[in-house]
Design a protein around this ligand. Sequence first.
Ligand code: SF4
Ligand code: SF4
Length: 153
Amino acid sequence: MAATDASRAVTIADKPLQALNDDEWEQLCDGCGRCCMHKFEDEDTGEALYTVIACRLFDDASCRCRDYEHRQQAVPDCLSIRALSPAQMRWLPASCAYRLRAEGKPLPAWHPLVSGDPETVHAAGMSMRGRSIAVDTVPEACWPDYIMDTDGD
Ligand code: SF4
Ligand code: SF4
């Protein structure tokens, strides 16, 4: 990574969420795909319990949305993260860059903005690439059997 790119990345990683422009906001996403998994709410804590069962638009091979531009027309309950209040950020996975920054925490070493390499989120085992399960292969009654660990691993 060039020095100017590295300087820019550090700036984005350090900025408060509300100070990010649209391009910077998109760059803050680590590409993990965790928020694209189906989830439940823990009735006691209000925390979201994420499964490894993917949204029907999630592409497991690329770890990306198949129709990001029109996602909210296709999947009405797709989270609009920028519209979440600070309290609602708890609905995001614990490792999510937006949640970390909303909580005033630094980005981890495997975040592409820190490492300079978009592959590090996958190499660190933090993404859903190659490990999600298609939603139409699991009966809804069995979804609780597919909850990820609470730390998102
Ligand atoms: S969990 Fe957060 S960092 Fe990961 S893909 Fe979703 S929005 Fe991006
Ligand atoms: S619509 Fe796309 S961005 Fe939204 S949860 Fe589904 S795969 Fe993820």
